[in-house]
Write a protein that binds this ligand. Structure first.
Ligand code: FES
Length: 62
């Protein structure tokens, strides 16, 4: 069982994962290993697939 946990922010759409994550290509080859990544779910990041904070201009977060 993995210790990784995913937190989805319903306001921004960002997806934060705690733990070490392997990013793989379509063939399953590891491209990069990232610790505690935060992925973009709003589609506005200029650093996709990672969140760069651009969602803050879309709507207010609580
Ligand atoms: S969720 Fe898209 S930039 Fe943060």
């Amino acid at each position: 069982m993995s210790d990784a946990k995913a937190f989805i922010n319903p306001k921004s759409g960002s997806i934060r994962i705690t733990g070490v994550v392997d990013i793989v290509d379509a063939d399953g080859n590891v491209i990069e290993t990232i610790e505690n990544p935060k992925f973009c779910g709003c589609g506005q990041s200029k650093e996709k697939p990672l969140c760069d904070g651009s969602h803050k201009g879309l709507r207010k977060e609580e």
